[in-house]
Each structure stands twice: as structure tokens, then as C-alpha cells.
Design a protein around this ligand. Structure first.
Ligand code: HEC
Ligand code: HEC
Ligand code: HEC
Ligand code: HEC
Length: 443
């Protein structure tokens, strides 16, 4: 995460409020906006000055009404299409030999609301990038209903509005582009052509998007609100599930002789051979010279699960080791280990959806994170990056629950940890570890 994002995140760290979220079964089968059958009417349809296109928030309205301005001016999603015309994209497209990036399906599927032609309304423009309906669902059926103001939120959802407030549904949505799914995926070949590395954490990325909505008492009447820790936990479980889907997908899990490298820790290969950095990471059980699977989500999940259920936590530690071991043995063992973890990951989504994450979890989770740092488990950049986003999520949730002393006492340490991660190629592991160790885990 860039320092720019960090700044935005920190300002968000100290705002808003909390409520426990229990998943409603009603939305369990909702299809992602891109795959649903509704016509996408286009951003212009949402941006009328009396709808969501006001220049400033409206007093007395249930929603802010300036959502379009926020999206257009501050949200990177509104630039997602135009970046396909920049120098990096031109290089990526030339290296891959795919013609123009802004016309290539593989790029448009994530950088725009790339629904088929017959699902585009009259004023729909692909150049709007990741527009309102890419997240909120094609407006064909729900637009009229929600403009009339008679329907409830549930009615709108039944008419095709995507339930972005539901943490499980939000995780599925964001991760479909920020990691990929069976229809769109950034392979190591695309990375090799010049695509930036992708990282994701649901609660942090929700905070830095930035928000074009306000969670106030009126919002809480209309929608359920998940707290930040629950959002973090569900995001981790869903990320693991999608990663395991990729391992188990014969179209995505191999590239010739090699497994798909994007699923492995980039820095297991990409670092200097003169400056030797290897040291054992007990949780992997691996020796030197092995390409490590990217287990950053697993590291977070081990901590979150142990907080709730010690026995399940121990099982997850075991299954993580099995996966690492399997990568040194055979493809069939690798697939079997992934299958077991896929099953666990969906159980975890349910477990976290039904768990009330509250004040009692804060100290335990922070302790779990600091202990893992002490055991040298965050010596891979991706693990350290997930750890600091997780720590930020726990601290900002604690702050919103009124536990002010946690975030306040940890502020300097969090800043130092982010700073230690600011240079990807030459990150400061020692600095990161000492920063995390200094975080107080009791109020
Ligand atoms: C699976 C979804 C996915 C696919 C496929 C994809 N991208 Fe991306 N791309 C992303 C995401 C998400 C980011 C933002 C990563 C971040 O900052 O965390 C991104 C970032 C970028 C950036 C950097 C943007 C910036 O603001 O600096 C460029 C350039 C880019 N992509 C070009 C392409 C091109 C060209 C293609 C087609 C070959 C492509 N992408 C395919 C999801 C995707
Ligand atoms: C990258 C995904 C994404 C995009 C793009 C996006 N939104 Fe949202 N939107 C969200 C999320 C997440 C929420 C918060 C959860 C919720 O309330 O459903 C939200 C909430 C909202 C709300 C609810 C406010 C409330 O009080 O209930 C409105 C209205 C809204 N968005 C309008 C828009 C408009 C208009 C656009 C386009 C200009 C847009 N959104 C683009 C993800 C997105
Ligand atoms: C249709 C694909 C798509 C969906 C769905 C999507 N994103 Fe993105 N997101 C992108 C792309 C592409 C970029 C890079 C845009 C750029 O840099 O111009 C991006 C960029 C971002 C960034 C900026 C990251 C950075 O490093 O600068 C954040 C934060 C973000 N998305 C959060 C979210 C969240 C939260 C959700 C779910 C509510 C979400 N996104 C859903 C495609 C998507
Ligand atoms: C198993 C080892 C391995 C892993 C893991 C791996 N890569 Fe690579 N990567 C390579 C090799 C080999 C090349 C080709 C180098 C060459 O052509 O000189 C390469 C090339 C690249 C390049 C192009 C470099 C250049 O000089 O043009 C980029 C960028 C890249 N990888 C990014 C990544 C990212 C991001 C990840 C993690 C998500 C990753 N790689 C994981 C081995 C790996």
C-alpha cells in the first residue's frame, strides 16, 4: 500500500461507529453485478443533480447525494479505464501482444463495467471505468423502484441491487477484481508483462476507497453494519477461498512445466542472490531453496480462528503446513491440500459471519498478531503487509468501540511499521518486527 493510501486510511481510522452484523440468508445466492442478467444503464443514469450527482451532500436526505462527485474525483475506480491508455498499459499490452489494452477483454473485465453489449443501456459508456453499477448491480429493475422511494432496501436487492453492505457479498465482489476469479485473472505472465503486484484487505480497502456514504443512525435503520474486525475476518476467509479456487482450477493453476507462479510469494524468487536473506519460518516447515506458497491470508486466519476456537485454529496451522509440504512433493498432494483448505475456508466464512466480534476480541487478536511477529512468521513481505493492515483494522475498530487507548498508544508503532514496508524491493524487516513488537496488547 502506498504512503498516499496510508494517509487516507489513517484519517479514516479515527471516524465512524460500530454495530454487530449477522448475515441474512436472503442474499446468499446473489450473483455478481457483471454476471447478472440486468441491463446496466450507465453512470450518467445515476448522476442527475437531484439523484447522486449533487456537488455537496444534501441536508435532510437519507443518502449523501454527492456520491458521483466523490467517485469521479477521489475514487480510483473512476480512472480504472483511463489507466488502460497510460504508458504502463501500453507496455503490458505490447509485451503480451493483445492489441490495445483498452479494447482487450482481459483488461476491461477488471478495469471497467465490461458487461456484454446486449446488457448496456443507451447512455452506458465503457470509458466510465468501474462505475456505480459494476458494484451496485445493473439498474434495469431497481432504478425505477428506488427513484420512486417506495421500496425498502430488501425490495431493491430483490430487484437486482447488489447488497454491498453485506461483508460476505462485498468480499466476493471486491476480490473478484482485486484477486480475480474463474473468468478474470492476473497471471504471472501478465505481471511479467508489467502489471503491478496486487494486494487486498477488505476492511482497509473499504476505508481507503474512499467512502461515498455515511454510516449514521438513518443508515443503520435501513441496513445492517458489520464491524471492521468482522469485515477483516470475512475478507481473509474469502481471499483464501478464491486462492484455493485458483489452485483447483485446471485452467488457472498451471503454466507449462510450472504451477501458476502468481499464487506463490513473489519475493521467494524476486530478490538478489548476493544479499542472502533466507531464514526459517517455523509455520511453513520448509527448508531453504523452496518456492513458498503465498500464505499471507492463512497467517491472518490462524490468528482469527484461534481467537474463537483453539481446536480449529490448531487444525488450520496443520493444514497450512500440509499445503507447504505438498508443494515440495507432488501435484496431486498440492491439489489435495488445497481441497482441504477450500473446505475449511468456506466453513470459516460461516463461522465469522455468525460470530459477534466485539471488545473482548481486540486484545486477543492484537496479541495473536504480535506473537506471530515474534515467531518470525512475518518475514515475507506479503505476510507483513497483511499483518499491518490487520492490526490497523483491529485498532480502528477498537477505537470506534470506544477503546481509545489502544489506537492512541499504537499510533507511532503503526506508522513505523508502514514506513518499514514502504519500499517493496528493499523493505525493512527488522524495523517492521520491532515496530509491531512495541504494540501494547493490553489497554
Ligand atoms: C483480475 C482483475 C484485473 C485484470 C484482469 C487486470 N487488472 Fe490491472 N489492475 C487491477 C487492480 C485491482 C489494480 C489495482 C491494484 C492495486 O493498486 O492494488 C490494477 C492496476 C493496474 C494498473 C496500475 C494503475 C495505476 O493507477 O497505477 C495498470 C496500468 C493496469 N492495472 C493495467 C492492466 C492491463 C493493461 C490489463 C490487461 C492486460 C489489466 N490491468 C488486467 C485488476 C486487474
Ligand atoms: C467499487 C465499488 C463501488 C462503486 C464503483 C460505487 N459504489 Fe456505492 N457503495 C459501495 C459500497 C461498498 C457501499 C457501502 C455499503 C452499502 O451501503 O451498500 C456503497 C454505498 C453506496 C450508497 C449507499 C448510501 C446509503 O446511505 O445507503 C449509495 C447511494 C451509493 N453507494 C451510490 C453510488 C453511486 C451513485 C456510484 C457511482 C457514481 C457508486 N455508488 C459507485 C461500493 C461502490
Ligand atoms: C470491476 C472490478 C473491480 C471491483 C468490483 C472492485 N475494484 Fe477496486 N479497483 C479496480 C481497479 C481496476 C483498480 C485500479 C484503478 C486505478 O488504479 O486506476 C482498483 C483500485 C482500488 C483501490 C485503490 C488501490 C490502490 O492501491 O491505489 C481501492 C482502495 C479499491 N479498488 C477498493 C475496492 C473495494 C473496497 C471494492 C469492493 C467494494 C472494489 N475495489 C471493487 C477494480 C475493481
Ligand atoms: C518461482 C519463481 C517466481 C515467482 C514465485 C514469481 N516470479 Fe516473477 N518472474 C520469475 C521469472 C523466472 C521471471 C522471468 C525473468 C526474466 O525473463 O528474466 C519473472 C518475471 C517477472 C517480472 C518481469 C521482470 C522483468 O525484468 O521484466 C515481473 C514484474 C514479475 N515477475 C512479477 C512477479 C510478481 C508480482 C510475483 C508474485 C505475485 C512473481 N513475479 C512471482 C519468477 C517468479
Amino acid at each position: 500500500m502506498s504512503s498516499h493510501l496510508r494517509k487516507i486510511f489513517k484519517t479514516v481510522l479515527l471516524s465512524a461507529a460500530l454495530k454487530i452484523f449477522l448475515i441474512s440468508g436472503a442474499v446468499a445466492g446473489t450473483v455478481l453485478p457483471q454476471n447478472a442478467s440486468d441491463i446496466h444503464l450507465g453512470v450518467t443514469s445515476c448522476a442527475g443533480s437531484t439523484c447522486h450527482g449533487a456537488t455537496t451532500p444534501w441536508a435532510g436526505s437519507t443518502v449523501l447525494q454527492n456520491e458521483y462527485m466523490t467517485w469521479e474525483q477521489y475514487d480510483p475506480h473512476s480512472k480504472a479505464y483511463s489507466v488502460l491508455m497510460n504508458k504502463t498499459s501500453k507496455k503490458i499490452a505490447a509485451n503480451l501482444g493483445i492489441g490495445k489494452a483498452h479494447e482487450a477483454k482481459i483488461c476491461l473485465d477488471c478495469h471497467a463495467d465490461n458487461v456484454p453489449k446486449n446488457k448496456r443501456g443507451r447512455v452506458f459508456q465503457i470509458s466510465d471505468g468501474v462505475g456505480c453499477e459494476a458494484c451496485h448491480g445493473g439498474g434495469q429493475r431497481w432504478l425505477g423502484l428506488h427513484v420512486s422511494g417506495v421500496g425498502t432496501h430488501e425490495d431493491n436487492v430483490k430487484a437486482g441491487l447488489y447488497p454491498t453492505e453485506d461483508p460476505v457479498k462485498r468480499a466476493e465482489l471486491c476480490i473478484s477484481c482485486h484477486f480475480g476469479d474463474e473468468t478474470k485473472f492476473v497471471t504471472h505472465r501478465i505481471m511479467g508483462a508489467g502489471h503491478p503486484r496486487m494486494s487486498f484487505e477488505l476492511d482497509t480497502f473499504t476505508a481507503i476507497q474512499p467512502a461515498h456514504y455515511k454510516i449514521d443512525s438513518d443508515y443503520r435503520k435501513r441496513k445492517k453494519v458489520a464491524n471492521g474486525i468482522q469485515t477483516w475476518a470475512i475478507g481473509q476467509a474469502m481471499s483464501l477461498e478464491r486462492r484455493m479456487d485458483a489452485v483447483l482450477d485446471p485452467k488457472r493453476n498451471r503454466d507449462g512445466l510450472f504451477p501458476e507462479l502468481v499464487l506463490f510469494d513473489c519475493q521467494a524468487c524476486h530478490h538478489s542472490i548476493i544479499e542472502q536473506k533466507w531464514e526459517p519460518r517455523p509455520g511453513t516447515g520448509l527448508g531453504p531453496g523452496v518456492v513458498r506458497f503465498d500464505d499471507s491470508n492463512l497467517l491472518m486466519l490462524q490468528i482469527i480462528v484461534s481467537d474463537i476456537d483453539k481446536e480449529k485454529g490448531a487444525r488450520l496451522v496443520q493444514q497450512t503446513k500440509m499445503l507447504h509440504k505438498a508443494t515440495t512433493e507432488s501435484e496431486s498432494k498440492y491439489l489435495a491440500a488445497a481441497k482441504a483448505l477450500k473446505k475449511t475456508s468456506s466453513e470459516l466464512v460461516t463461522l465469522f459471519s455468525n460470530h459477534k466480534f466485539g471488545k473482548k476480541d481486540v486484545a486477543k487478536l492484537l496479541k495473536g498478531l504480535v506473537e506471530k511477529a515474534n515467531k518470525a512468521e512475518f518475514s515475507d513481505y506479503v505476510g507483513a503487509e497483511q499483518a499491518i493492515m490487520g492490526i490497523s483494522s483491529v485498532l480502528s475498530t477498537a477505537d470506534r468501540m470506544g477503546m481509545k487507548s489502544f489506537a492512541k498508544s499504537a499510533k507511532k508503532a503503526v506508522d513505523r511499521a508502514y514506513l518499514a514496508l514502504s519500499k517493496y524491493d528493499n523493505w525493512d524487516y527488522v524495523g517492521f518486527k520491532s515496530a509491531v513488537r512495541s504494540i501494547k496488547t493490553t489497554p
